[in-house]
Design a protein around this ligand. Sequence first.
Ligand code: AMP
Length: 599
Amino acid sequence: MEKLKFTELGLSPEVLKAVDKMGFEEASPIQTAVIPLLLAGRDVIGQSSTGSGKTAAFGVPAIEKIDASLRAVQVLILCPTRELAVQVAEEIGKLAFFKKGVREVPIYGGQSYERQFRALEAGAQIVIGTPGRVMDHMERGTLRLDALKMVVLDEADRMLDMGFRDDIEHILKSVPPTRQLLFFSATMPSAIKTLISRYAKNPAWVKIEEQAQNAPQVDQVYFEVDRRMKIELLTRLIDLHDFRYGIVFCSTKIMVDELDGHLHARGYATDRLHGDITQAQRTRVMEKFRQRGFEFLIATDVAARGLDVDDLEVVFNYDLPNDAEDYTHRIGRTGRAGKSGRAFTFASGRELYALQNMAHYGRLKIRRESVPSLDQVEEARENVFFEKLRATLKAGAYRKQDRMIDRLLEQGHTSTDIASALIHMMQGGGAPPPAAAPAPARKSALPAPAAARPSAVAVPAVAAPPKAKPAWVAARLEPKAPPTPAEPVAAEPVPVENDGAPRKNKYERAPRTGREPGYTTLFFNVGRKQLVTPADLVGKIAGVTRLPADIVGAIDIHQRHTLVDVVSEHATAVIGKMAGIRVKGESLQPGLATDHPAE
Ligand code: AMP
């Protein structure tokens, strides 16, 4: 469905600034269709449901039409419920943020008249109210509508269902005949058509059709979830399924930035794409993602449009897409080439209706599941850990620790207890006694919920970073406080990682300098000269070898080379797999540091 940029809609700089601040990147189909009609003075009948962006579709032109120097009501928006009135007023408030002198007020039953009088007296030009309370104010003479330019009936079908027909007719009869009239309704029963024929003048009809979509072979699930729980649900699903490669779609740039920050702080290897990121940076992020340099891309639809990846394990609709077409486009990036893909959609509150509508008209098959419990996540992690442990034992891929075990046996501990204590420690269960900790600097158990999984950019202290680091890279590498959550993160902590090892938070790692036992130092032929960063190397190593980023220890960047500590048992694999891989335009020739005379 056609969409335009807000800059193509003939809007004022103040409104353009506001939509940008709200993080909207392009107008939704209903906005693209309705805004120019309203700006041109037409009456409009919009058939579209919640979630389509209808509030801004009428809110933007309403704000543009206000004469700010006139302290009189110029726009009246009628809503069926107090919740919707408050929500619409909030959205209008944000859209009018930079318009000096433009004020809005919600008026609804249940709130004191006094407060509403004061706001009306102060000269609010946009009134958003429920029909009953609007009538009350009109009768008391506290709401005068003689300067009215526009009346909006939001969710008109619901208002009629709720018995507001007489009130609505009374209001429409009392307003100046020159006003513009706008009906928004998900359905068009005959009672609405009658109202339209009586009160609208040559209206333009805008219907946003949901087309049936050919959904790809993707297992599609949705979750009904409180907005504040979305991040918790996201991390639970990632952990439960042990996903390592996917996209998380958000509707705004702001949400992308926030979520990227939250996930990063929880130790997931993420990066982000949205319209404010320059083309050169986007290209870098996309390239890195294609090469699996990080696990999850957080993106808006606009930014992800040019991204050519099709082998994702999962797509998350953290925020709902505009319509079924966008939905299908998003989820089509997983489940290709005969592989099974998963698509998880989150819907909170009213988004549920929007999703149901989208699924119905787009003929999508999305089944509902309930939010996985922490126990389920725990069990899944335990299974992953168990399998890894079993594989390690089977392959004999560990160093014998006979002496330490003999000492413990001599002290009277059974072998079962020793093994249980070790597993307990590895799963983050309490601080281990220093002598028994296998690698204290890396395996410290962290207090929940800050414990995070090793991130591809979770690097320990490093040698001097390159000077000419672009600001956005710096912002993502330097230890930063996780952003203040716009929404409180759920209370239940998720304390351990998929492989049972404690989740580590990069902000809590102790700086390390010299070489550590159990690690082998590798030589890489890139350094400060190539502007290489620790994240470049850790991300690349994790992405290419598919080993956890955690196997990388200290990184020492020199002018023309870098020394990287890796867990000894993986040293050969890292050298083998990284040979010939390009980093900063340089083909890597890794080797043991001991083979390089200078070292
Ligand atoms: P509505 O259909 O008006 O209830 O809007 C649903 C949600 O979409 C609200 O949270 C809006 O802030 C958001 N929204 C509206 N227009 C856009 C847009 N052009 N881009 C991104 N989000 C939008």
